[in-house]
Ligand binder design. Sequence first.
Ligand code: G
Ligand code: G
Ligand code: NA
Ligand code: MN
Length: 253
Amino acid sequence: LDMEAKLRRAIDNDEFEIHYQPKIALPDRTLCGAEALVRWRHDGVLVPPAEFIPIAEETGLIVPLGLIVLTSVLRHIRAWRDEGLRTPRIAVNLSARQLFRPDLAATIFRLIAEYDLSPQNIELELTETQMMADPERAEAALSQLHDAGFSITVDDFGTGYSSLGYLKRLPIQCVKIDKSFIQDIGADSRDEALVDAILAIGRSMKLDVVAEGVETEEQLQFLSKRGCPQIQGYLFSRPMPEEQFRHWELDSP
Ligand code: G
Ligand code: G
Ligand code: NA
Ligand code: MN
């Protein structure tokens, strides 16, 4: 069976699970959200997204898979709420294929209503490259979602080739500093300068900023000192299964 056929079968057999990675607010180091990351449980082995998301995108299977991810996340949030747990906002990654489908907003609105949740429960993450593939259609789709109350985040900020003009044009609330800029904090002053510059853009444009891929205490100290509002990374937690995430901090006040 080729990869496409395997993926198609996995979608039919419901072989995907969602892992959650906490986002931490600084300076208090409290949980302020999480990113949903899909994994494929294939023959008992957990397949990372790098091995199947690109193929899902090429073949268009990312559309049904994206629907599975979104539905699973809403089901989890609903379960947390029903059990009296906290319900931090969950960031869901979207691919360009999903963004440019004319029924994206309607599909998301329908699911939110079906689970009796609110747009405030969800944040949508897209890379600048995905958004800039067709800026006009991206603006139309994202405005519809933003106007309904969904938060929009630029993922892997600073790694694309687009101008910064889209930050003004598109309804964006948050940028995630790509982990490639975080990794060499302490070792490369040029990376530190770039991180500083992104934090300044965030402050002046009233955008939230998340530093991604924070692995060391030194990186955390630098980001704290420079006023970075949120971080995500292995230093606090790796992405974890829902059964584990629900005990992470959702059950504390
Ligand atoms: O930990 P990590 O290996 O989970 O993720 C690798 C890549 O897969 C990241 O670029 C991430 O954005 C992508 N990814 C993870 N989950 C999803 C998802 O649900 N949808 C899409 N489109 N991409 C995802
Ligand atoms: O959507 P995005 O490409 O940003 O997905 C985030 C990716 O980064 C996932 O693959 C996730 O597992 C990974 N990741 C999260 N925290 C860390 C970290 O601290 N270090 C590294 N190297 N990767 C991380
Ligand atoms: Na992401
Ligand atoms: Mn990212």
